[in-house]
Design a protein. Structure first.
Length: 471
């Protein structure tokens, strides 16, 4: 047994969050009853909210004092079995509701599946050169369909084996979140971060879908863990550096801009971090590696992809909002007001749950998951304020810069409030949330209830906005 400063996820936070979700549903039913959620989506929402807050409270107490090796195993295998159950349940649920084992609005997932099926066909008949011709030099987003195609070639074209692998990668992501939290804020915070990552509904949900988010989040958090380990270690190991380079290289083929943000965060950490965190010798070594890596990237179309995305950020956002405003019957008129200045202040707590039927079934199904994000954002804010007040920002620059560089890019895109594009942020936000919970005191505790009232007002306002914008 080990003695830890236990950080119970208090019943005060648990009960209040669940109660406010129930109040939001009741208000939505009264105000928007003609456009209310289908019954099964209400059930999903309650399971997501109650499951996250109640079991975070329960397990943060129950697992607080077990030996850390046992904790890692419990975290890994509990996370894995939760995700496996969801993988098989969602397979049959979507098969029953959509007629195929894919989610609602399945354009991307089905596209990845078809391309991977085609690649496996080409490999079986020794025609891989046709795939090379198809890819050409536009390979910035080809990592996932290529990976999926290789799986189909090796083990068959069923969608279940890749999703079982997703379950394991998702489970190991929870372990890495625990380790990063532990290395930055101590064992107790790390454990709470791992438990919250295990239970957060969004991370579970994507294990049952045929999109790239689970693999991409795993690569992202793996890169951050390795970078943090290399920067903080007394002596850098060549094996860790090799894995660091390999991870970010693979990530470039999943989401180029995210990989660029993570590389930039390492550069920021090297230059500005406290001397207690990283020695001068390691800084010189990492600067040299970054310079070589940047030069190599500059020789490929990946550099053009990053540059074009950053230069076109504002115009892309404007065109995307105009597209939303004119889509279908053209009644989504309020979308035109979306801009970086509007989205950026909301990015830590956004997106917001949809409690009305606006023909967005995926968003409605995940309403409870969105609400958990709205609530634990409070603890993220407490964490950031504490780091600032105690002048500890330089000790955690890697996590902060990884988080906020991607937030800025996301707020500048047309997908600022698209939950799927927020997924790479979740492990980082949950680590900060766990730290924020550890810093709660009598003063900050008094702010929690007013914050929930504010969240409730924003959620109801958001749903009115969605309906009013569609006339």
């Amino acid at each position: 047994m080990v003695s830890l400063n236990v950080i119970p996820f208090s019943k005060f936070y648990t009960n209040k969050a669940i109660a406010f979700f129930a109040i939001a549903l009741c208000i939505a039913f009264v105000v928007f009853f003609k456009k209310f959620l289908r019954a099964e989506w209400i059930v999903f929402g309650f399971i997501e909210v109650v499951g996250f807050f109640f079991f975070t409270y329960l397990l943060s107490n129950k697992w607080a004092t077990i030996v850390f090796r046992s904790f890692e195993k419990k975290l890994l295998w509990t996370s894995f079995w939760i995700r496996i159950v969801w993988v098989f349940f969602s397979y049959f649920y979507f098969l029953n509701t959509t007629g195929k084992p894919f989610e609602y609005e399945t354009a991307d997932a089905l596209g990845y599946h078809n391309e991977a099926f085609w690649l496996s066909f080409l490999l079986r008949f020794h025609k891989f050169e046709r795939y090379i011709e198809y890819v050409g030099i536009n390979y910035a987003d080809m990592g996932y369909p290529f990976y999926l195609g290789m799986l189909y070639y090796a083990i068959g074209d069923s969608v279940l084996p890749p999703r079982i692998i997703k379950a394991f990668l998702g489970a190991y992501t929870c372990v890495l979140a625990y380790k990063i939290g532990r290395n930055n804020f101590g064992e107790a915070v790390g454990r709470l971060a791992g438990i919250m990552t295990m239970l957060v509904p969004n991370m579970i949900y994507y294990c049952g879908l045929h999109v790239k988010e689970t693999e991409m989040v795993f690569l992202s958090i793996c890169f951050t863990y390795l970078a943090d380990k290399v920067i903080r270690a007394n002596k850098a190991r060549l094996w860790d550096i090799f894995l660091l380079i390999l991870t970010v290289t693979l990530l470039f083929f999943f989401r180029t801009v995210l990989a660029g943000c993570l590389l930039g965060s390492v550069a920021i950490t090297i230059v500005f971090s406290s001397s207690r965190i990283s020695t001068m010798n390691k800084r010189v070594l990492l600067v040299l590696l970054l310079a070589i890596g940047t030069y190599v990237i500059a020789l490929t179309p990946l550099a053009d992809n990053i540059t074009e995305h950053l230069e076109a950020g504002t115009s892309n956002l404007t065109s995307q909002m105009n597209s939303y405003a004119t889509r279908g019957d053209g009644n989504n008129k309020f979308a035109r007001y979306g801009s970086r200045s509007v989205f950026l202040p909301l990015m830590i707590m956004a997106p917001f749950p949809t409690f009305v039927d606006t023909l967005q079934p995926n968003a409605m199904m995940m309403a409870g998951a969105y609400f958990t994000r709205n609530v634990y954002a409070f603890f993220v804010i407490i964490s950031l304020w504490t780091l600032y007040k105690r002048k500890q920002v330089r000790n955690h620059l890697l996590l902060l810069s990884s988080n906020f560089s991607y937030i800025f890019v996301l707020a500048s895109s047309g997908f600022a409030l698209s939950e799927r594009f927020h997924l790479p942020l979740l492990p980082y936000l949950l680590i900060f949330a766990a730290h924020g919970i550890s810093q709660m005191n009598a003063k900050t505790r008094k702010l929690y209830l007013p914050y929930l009232f504010f969240t409730l007002a924003v959620v109801i306002g958001w749903n009115w906005f969605k309906l009013a914008g569609r006339s």
